[in-house]
Design a binder for this molecule. Structure first.
Ligand code: HEM
Length: 141
């Protein structure tokens, strides 16, 4: 933690930038977690209900993912990579890897044809998703 003399409010553009990034994370991360928890209930409604719900969910989750990418690039340039320490830049790089795993896992999960592959892609993607969130918090400090 950086030592500062006073705890103070941040400026308006930082509030907009981080609020949009966090809002994207709420939908992308929170949506996936809650949906995973609802799968058993949804399957109980009908055999094809999980597929329908997943398709409807994708209309919200993918825009949230692209919002995270756009506001993430904004974050990166706002923080200024040249002002950051080496460890910050390393964590940023690892986070970018996690973001790719998160998106690719979710995408391959939707394209998988066997239940086993669907589960593996969901699991690997979810690890990338949670890791991206935690590393994001580390970057914001
Ligand atoms: C799965 C996708 C992502 C998730 C879940 C995620 C999550 C987060 C979270 C929770 C924070 C902390 C916000 C705060 O405490 O105020 C954060 C910060 C940050 N994220 Fe992301 N993020 C994602 C994608 C990206 C991408 C694609 C980039 C860059 C292209 C990025 C760059 C950053 C940067 C630079 C910060 C620090 C911002 C600052 O200190 O002002 N993120 N992220």
């Amino acid at each position: 933690m950086l030592v500062s003399h006073h705890v103070q409010l941040t400026d308006a553009w930082t509030i907009v930038r981080l609020s949009l990034h966090v809002l994207g994370a709420c939908v992308w991360v929170g949506g996936q977690l809650v949906l995973a928890g609802l799968v058993v209930t949804v399957r109980g409604i009908s055999h094809d209900a999980p597929g329908k719900v997943a398709k409807a969910f994708a209309k919200f989750s993918w825009p949230a993912y692209w919002l995270l990418i756009v506001t993430g690039v904004w974050n990166f340039y706002a923080v200024g990579p040249s002002n950051a320490t080496t460890s910050w830049n390393v964590v940023f790089g690892v986070k970018m890897l996690c973001v790719v795993v998160s998106g690719l896992g979710a995408f391959l999960h939707t394209k998988a044809t066997s239940p086993k592959a669907r589960g593996v892609y969901a699991g690997v993607g979810m690890i990338g998703t949670i890791a991206a969130l935690v590393l994001g918090v580390a970057l914001a400090g």
